[in-house]
Design a protein around this ligand. Structure first.
Ligand code: ZN
Ligand code: MN
Length: 439
């Protein structure tokens, strides 16, 4: 029997709300002076009361809805107790047995459906910085990130290989960006990835009695490499009759391998209990429907519409919908382009092949350029050269004036050529052709 791989994923996504999860401190902490976005709540001082961020909870529900989850009409926050210096309260406010969203799914391009176990809301931790100050190794703590809204998205161990994982991650990143709830910038730690990997040698499909987690990866390609490395390492152990150790590993990019970080004998005991300072969160069906209705058109729907409405091939639709601003730009260009009888495909070709920077050219300007270029393409260069030669012969003063340095005469020549050709043509292209003849 063929060995069967089981890969699941935990992804943490930081939301880009204005304020933090349980206090009014600004959540926009990136690049700010350490410990300037803090208050008694996010510093975990005794007696401080958390107050949940409504926007963050709604955004978490939005993510759950796009991942086809059931949304709980009643849920609550729980305390997850553990000790670590970046966690000032000694516990993280998270969700345990009643997450906001459960039992969803997402479909990959090969038809594979990945189960979404849960999507829950929690708070981020502070950040430890290890430095050398005055020749002494010290650890510094910055609490600016403490209590920034964090959504955790957990999948079933349904992935069979690293390629599927990568596609899922790209889709997830695209979704949260389309929803405008997170920038999901991996380099800034706004999206953190933790695959868990195991193999059953007998191919029965039954989950094996061990699982290896790779913690806190911040790049899609590292995830891919870590998974492939683990699959090879675990298979080797299994084939030699050993069971891989249940442990947490990390990806070492320099060594191009995973390294053991912590061996877990049994599940961590977080002593979860309901957060006594926050009442349960309740929704009505109507409220959930309202949120569902506020969802924007999502990437998969957009791709389908682009293919149908604009007769685009799948590849073009994929590229043009990868980022929402590009898709919006494309549709604006189509609208303007209609007046110049440009087809959506012509605009798509130009945008994709010429790798247009959409921040530097307005759609209207781009469409003008495409129109001019397409008209020039329609005139045979030989035909154009013939007309130019004719104009220069019939009007010898053009050449004479040009040689005297009177460049204005080019404008006169352009007019004459246009008059004979009777087609719109890019003036700059025509000028080049005339100059070529005058050399
Ligand atoms: Zn605060
Ligand atoms: Mn978490």
């Amino acid at each position: 029997m063929k060995p069967k791989t089981h890969i699941g994923l935990e992804v943490h996504v930081e939301l880009k709300t204005k304020s933090k999860m349980f206090c009014s401190c600004s959540a926009q902490y990136f690049g700010e002076e350490p410990n300037t976005h803090t208050c008694p709540v996010c510093l975990g001082l005794p007696g401080a009361l958390p107050y949940p961020n409504k926007q963050a909870i709604e955004w978490c529900v939005k993510i759950g809805l796009t991942l086809n989850c059931n949304i709980a009409l009643k849920s609550k926050f729980d305390r997850k107790n553990y000790f670590y210096p970046d966690l000032p309260k000694g516990y993280q406010i998270s969700q345990y047995d009643q997450p906001f969203c459960e039992k969803g799914s997402i479909k990959l391009s090969d038809g594979k459906v990945i189960g979404i176990t849960r999507v829950h809301m929690e708070e981020d931790t502070g950040k430890l910085i290890h430095e050398t100050v005055n020749n002494e190794k010290v650890s510094l703590i910055d609490f600016n990130r403490s209590s920034v809204p964090l959504v955790e998205i957990v999948t079933e161990p349904d992935f069979e290989n690293a390629t599927q994982v990568k596609e899922y991650l790209q889709k997830l990143q695209q979704i949260v960006r389309y929803l405008e709830v997170s920038d999901a910038d991996m380099e800034k730690g706004m999206m953190r990835l933790e695959p868990n990997i195991s193999i059953s040698l007998d191919g029965s499909g039954k989950l094996p009695n061990y699982k290896v987690e790779v913690k806190n990866i911040n790049s899609f390609s590292f995830v891919e490499k870590a998974i492939n490395y683990e699959l090879e390492r675990q298979l080797k152990e299994l084939k030699s009759g050993k069971t891989p150790v249940q442990e947490t590993r990390g990806w070492d990019e320099k060594k191009q391998q995973t390294v053991s970080q912590r061996i877990k004998e049994e599940a961590n005991d977080y002593r979860y209990f309901p957060e006594p300072d926050i009442p349960p969160i309740t929704w009505t069906e109507e409220e959930i429907e309202e949120i569902r209705e506020s969802l924007p058109e999502l990437p998969d729907e957009k791709i389908e519409r682009f293919i149908k409405e604009y007769s685009l091939p799948k590849y073009d639709a994929d590229v043009l919908t990868r980022e929402k601003p590009l898709a919006d730009y494309y549709e604006e260009a189509i609208n303007v382009g209609r007046k110049l009888s440009l087809t959506p495909k012509q605009i798509a070709n130009h945008l994709i092949n010429k790798k247009i920077d959409i921040d530097s050219v307005l759609p209207a300007k781009l469409v003008e350029e495409i129109s001019a270029a397409s008209k020039t393409e329609n005139i045979n260069p030989e035909e154009l050269k013939k007309v130019i030669k004719q104009v220069l012969m019939e009007n010898p003063q053009i050449e004479a004036d040009f040689k005297k340095g009177k460049e204005n005469v080019l404008q006169f020549a352009i007019g004459k050529v246009m008059y004979i050709i009777r087609k719109k043509i890019d003036v700059n292209v025509l000028r080049e052709f005339i100059l070529e003849e005058l050399k």
